[in-house]
Design a protein around this ligand. Structure first.
Ligand code: GCW
Length: 695
């Protein structure tokens, strides 16, 4: 008994009982528990010397370093000193502008940046090494971003709501701006800078024209002024019909001289206020948004008009390729390709076309978008979603580095083997001279920024991969866990495993084997595979799963929609034979018989059921595993995640039961043993989903 009590105290003495709510993200800078590391770092940490121009960005770097060192080492750091043994900032003209080098020279740590932003990123790297208790004997480290523009896209609206945001209201308090500057704006900028994010589009791509009014532009300027010292450039999403809405013109036709004049003048107004403004992000002729096609013009006409207005200011147009015309006989998979492929080479040189990772819409698993293999003459930006629209909102753990990596590492074969999506996006396949990657932000006004504490990992991972897409998801998870939760090895292993398995678990209990888009019309976190009626056929579920008495899946081979034909032959070869197609993508491309034997040895029906049931079991395992970390982490944060895991379990059961029962009406087969038929009926599940969607 005594032993047990002792053990209990021993264990719980590791637990962090101080109040914490996740606000500090991965930038906690708490006193390092590891005394020998503290001693190692202290040797050089007492002084910061600046041997370069003191720009606002350098001052940010200096402040951040001081804050980090003082917090982690419990010392006082002086800013200037002639004494040796310090950390020195300097310029290194041989390094790329945002790149840096950290080296240990006679007891001094030199941070050399290609420019001031390089120094800032070098500081965050040094702090990260210390937060994760790395030895500084492994220096020098050199690093430079692989992609030029690393951007968050906020889908925030003027009245404070966020489209597909699950962490509270918008961070931007438009009404209070520009007079009041919420301190969170700086903390947000710090977090971005710490992972190398250097641009943000502040407002929803379903854009209100209001953002281009003088009233709003001064607010935007106020935010840009806060972000600038963190190396962050501001972009705005624009409404293509702004010349009509704001300028009272009769048209917004991109070839109309008055319209062009309006955009030129408006753009000048923006740059007068914000000289380093980034440019415009545009969703046009998509889901009801206005665009050039209304005037018989194409996407290139629209983009090039804006490009012309932005060119004198070195601004850029980011034109989205998320378009799908409502052709009831078509396949939504092919729509963006059909509209954009013919325009390759027609875009102005300051236009980037931003393509979602997959051809449909941020599903838990998609094959890479075929446009990535098809636009050699047009810089393509990657658009990932960080917010978990189709990944369980803020109640599910889905570590998306796995999803991002899977897409980035897919081979397009655009210029032979090794033409991965990552290398297309970073410009190395087609030598694009400008490159970009965007993530749809998951931040909001919740104290912990992202709703689910574990979703902070997705913001972090997006930034890290945008900087260097060769980092592994495990390495990124390792860093994030140590910086956010604990460095205790036993707990790090457990949390990392939870993260690394979480995406596949989510796929299993929602859309295994390549199923996609079978979520509820309104509740994208829940199932509605029976959804058969909507304003558009491609907003239903039956459009995608095509279940019938023979089998399930969307035939996209030459016998079906032939969407597979949009990929290079080598990619087609991987996927066009149902016998050899990776099971991950099977039902994306094939309609497969219920009794078809798969490579796992099971029939399709049995395999499908197995994955749904195992998905739920994996959530239970996550809950058990999470229990093990309690002694090592902050208690409030622990409880928050434990509660959300319980919700995730409830949601997983709903998915499993709804999908198994519904697909069973087609397969007419029992649930294979050892699994048991769900206790609820399909009718009960349908009612439940209907209640969820009540307004
Ligand atoms: O993912 C879908 C969302 C829409 C979104 C659209 C887009 C901003 O359901 O809410 O609108 O994509 O990416 O434009």
């Amino acid at each position: 008994m005594l032993k047990k009590i002792l053990l209990f105290f021993l264990l719980f003495s590791f637990a962090d009982a101080r109040a914490d709510d996740g606000y500090r993200l991965w930038l906690k800078y708490d006193l390092l528990k590891n005394i020998s590391k503290r001693a190692e770092y202290k040797r050089f940490a007492a002084f910061i010397q600046i041997r370069m121009e003191q720009t606002p960005v350098v001052r940010t770097a200096q402040e951040e370093l001081k804050r980090g060192l003082e917090g982690m080492l419990g010392i006082q750091v002086s800013n200037t000193s002639k004494k040796s043994g310090g950390i020195i900032f300097q310029l290194d003209k041989t390094s790329p502008e945002e790149g840096f080098r950290i080296e240990n020279k006679q007891g001094n740590i030199m941070i050399s940046g290609g420019g001031d932003k390089g120094v800032l990123y070098g500081v965050f790297e040094l702090l990260r090494l210390m937060q994760t208790e790395k030895s500084l004997t492994d220096l020098p480290i050199s690093s430079a971003p692989k992609i030029r523009l690393r951007m968050l896209n906020h889908w925030d609206n003027p009245l404070g709501t966020i489209e597909r945001g699950y962490a509270g209201a918008s961070l931007w308090k438009w009404y209070e701006l520009p007079e009041t500057l919420d301190p969170r704006y700086r903390d947000y900028a710090r977090a971005n800078a710490s992972v190398g994010i250097n641009a943000v589009a502040l407002n929803n791509v379903n854009a209100s024209a209001r953002f281009l009014t003088q009233e709003y532009l001064v607010k935007v300027k106020a935010l840009a002024d806060v972000f600038r010292p963190y190396g962050i450039q501001v972009f705005l999403s624009i409404n293509f019909a702004a010349p009509k809405i704001l300028g009272n013109l009769k048209t917004s036709d991109p070839l109309d001289p008055q319209v062009r004049q309006w955009w030129n003048a408006k753009t000048e107004e923006v740059y007068r206020l914000i000289p380093d403004f980034g440019g415009f992000l545009v969703k046009a002729n998509s889901e009801g948004e206005p665009g050039p096609q209304e005037y018989g013009r194409n996407h290139a006409d629209g983009a090039n008009m804006l490009a012309e207005a932005l060119r004198p200011h070195q601004g850029r147009v980011i034109w989205r390729a998320f378009v799908y015309s409502p052709d009831p006989r078509g396949d939504r998979f092919k729509e963006a390709y059909n509209e954009f492929k013919p325009l390759d080479g027609l875009f102005a040189d300051n236009v980037v076309v931003q393509v979602k990772n997959g051809p449909i819409d941020f599903q838990s698993r998609e094959p890479f978008h075929p446009l990535f293999g098809a636009m050699p003459q047009t810089p393509l930006a990657m658009e990932f979603q960080i917010t978990q629209e189709y990944l369980g909102f803020s109640t599910n753990i889905v570590y998306q580095a796995s999803l991002y990596k899977e897409c980035l590492e897919s081979d397009t074969y655009a210029k032979g083997k090794g033409s991965t999506v990552a290398r297309v996006v970073d410009g190395s396949v087609h030598s694009y001279d400008f490159t970009a990657i965007a993530g749809v932000a998951n931040t909001g006004s919740d104290r912990n920024w992202t709703g689910h504490l574990m979703s902070q990992a997705n913001w972090y991972a997006f930034g890290r991969l945008a900087w260097n897409h060769t980092l592994s998801e495990a390495q990124i998870a390792d860093e994030w866990v140590k910086m956010t939760w604990t460095t205790a090895p036993a707990a790090v292993v457990v949390i990392k495993n939870i993260l690394l398995q979480s995406r596949e678990t989510y796929v299993n209990f929602t859309t295994p084997l390549g199923l996609h888009h079978i979520m509820g019309q309104g509740i994208h976190f829940g199932p509605e595979p029976w959804l058969a009626q909507s304003a558009r056929p491609d907003w239903t579920s039956i459009y995608y799963h095509r279940a019938d008495s023979a089998g399930i899946g969307f035939d996209r081979t030459a016998k079906g929609s032939n969407a597979l034909g949009l990929y290079r032959q080598e990619v087609q070869n991987l996927w066009n034979n149902p016998e050899t197609c990776d099971l991950k993508y099977l039902l994306w491309f094939h309609h497969v018989g219920w009794n078809k034997k798969l490579s796992t040895g099971k029939t399709l029906w049995d395999e499908l059921c197995t994955r749904y049931y195992q998905g739920v079991e994996s959530v239970q395992q996550m809950q058990q595993e999470w229990g093990k970390v309690r002694p090592f982490v902050n208690v409030e944060m622990y409880e928050d995640v434990a509660g959300r895991l319980a919700v995730q379990h409830r949601e997983a059961l709903n998915w499993r039961d709804a999908c198994v029962l519904y697909f069973q009406t087609f397969s007419k087969q029992p649930v294979p043993s050892p699994f048991k038929q769900p206790e609820r009926t399909l009718e009960e599940l349908k009612k439940l989903v209907a209640i969820y969607q009540l307004k």
